[in-house]
Design a protein around this ligand. Sequence first.
Ligand code: PLP
Length: 480
Amino acid sequence: MRSHLLNDLTAEHYRRSVTEGVERVAAKLAATDRPFTGVTVDALAPRIERIDLDRPLHDTIAVLDELEELYLRDAVYFHHPRYLAHLNCPVVIPAVLGEAVLSAVNSSLDTWDQSAGGTLIERRLVDWTAERLGFGPGADGVFTSGGTQSNLQALLLAREEAKSDTPAKLRVFASEVSHFSVRKSAKLLGLGPEAVVSVPVGHDKRMQTVALAHELERCTRDGLVPMAVVATAGTTDFGSIDPLPGIAELCDRFGVWMHVDAAYGCGLLASLRRRDRLAGIERADSVTVDYHKSFFQPVSSSAVLVRDCATLRHATYHAEYLNPRRMVQERIPNQVDKSLQTTRRFDALKLWMTLRVMGADGIGALFDEVCDLAREGWRLLAADPRFDVVVEPELSTLVFRYIPAAVTDPAEIDRANLYARKALFTSGDAVVAGTKVSGRHHLKFTLLNPETTTDDIAAVLDLIAGHAEQYLGESLDRAS
Ligand SMILES: Cc1ncc(COP(=O)(O)O)c(C=O)c1O
């Protein structure tokens, strides 16, 4: 069994095993002609259930053959140009190479004595991101597992800075289309069920600052404590960017922590043509960035940044075995002092490899391409009488609804849209997402693949219309 341990004696075994795995994936990627096979849960579950985990195959090739059946064949492939569903990007090769290196070396980024250079590389990337945000020299941050954790940590710091001894009085303000992790964080932080105040958005799906001012005033008048405003730079559904300068003004006026959830919109930090859309982000107290959304990084790769490094002390706890206080005096850098996690992956290496091979402009150019594509998609949709499109994209999502000329019942139109999404998924020809707008079912494209073309978008719209028409035709038959 020792031959499976990765060490000096097994370097050749490691090389052969990993190369075999890489070959399989490369062959799969090259041969994938659809984003999904359409496999059902019922078809797949028994195959996985059947595996006896107490009877190993003792043969890497046999296990890879088995994996082909269980996973590789039917996985959902984000690199395919017709995967248009969620905020999953195709990944860049330098980052995948970084992933291979980091899991083999297996540094843990909690302490210097488990990572050495890894700690410094992560710190350089945090500084690099802070500089792009326009934060001053007092900024800091830490890599996290994703936007959910980044938002949670930011709100933890905000709660501690609010210095209220009555958690039930604390209020967090976020737009009605902000990410649900804001509410989840409030619950995890022990705030009351009413803690998150939903601020209305305009037709453009951006937070209305007048409404925010009104809510802040009302909250103060009622003796409650405004704890944080969460502005979203790139909402999950619409890619809309809340008016950051106006929100910053209000946060200053009311003395409230400003958090910007730029999990999606952070790609603009590298953009060559759209960076100005993040103007005002430099005034935030904390920012969430998800490199695994718009920097073309593999999951996980995210960070939370703060304008004032001192605020990270709220996440600091000392353990004699790991990061005793004396290390601070000895100036030994420990990232665990800033993180909610202890043992932590060296995800930063992926971004490092990306920046060193491609450069930030390379990433920014890819992100600009998908934003351009979304603009083209918008034009297609706006000119197509079969569809109603909700909002012109600021980033790279399109939310729309199939609207048949002959049907007026909104519930029936809902069903046609739901059917079309499901039928498309089952066919495997394309994968699209869905959401609700004003209580009605819509469809969504999240465009993050520069290989997707306007022809792909047009073809998927035709497929959607075809499925929806089929549903309505069958529905008529059922009624008659
Ligand atoms: C705006 C926004 N914030 C936060 C998140 C959560 O990020 P993660 O899935 O990396 O936890 C998402 C996920 O889609 C998001 O769109």
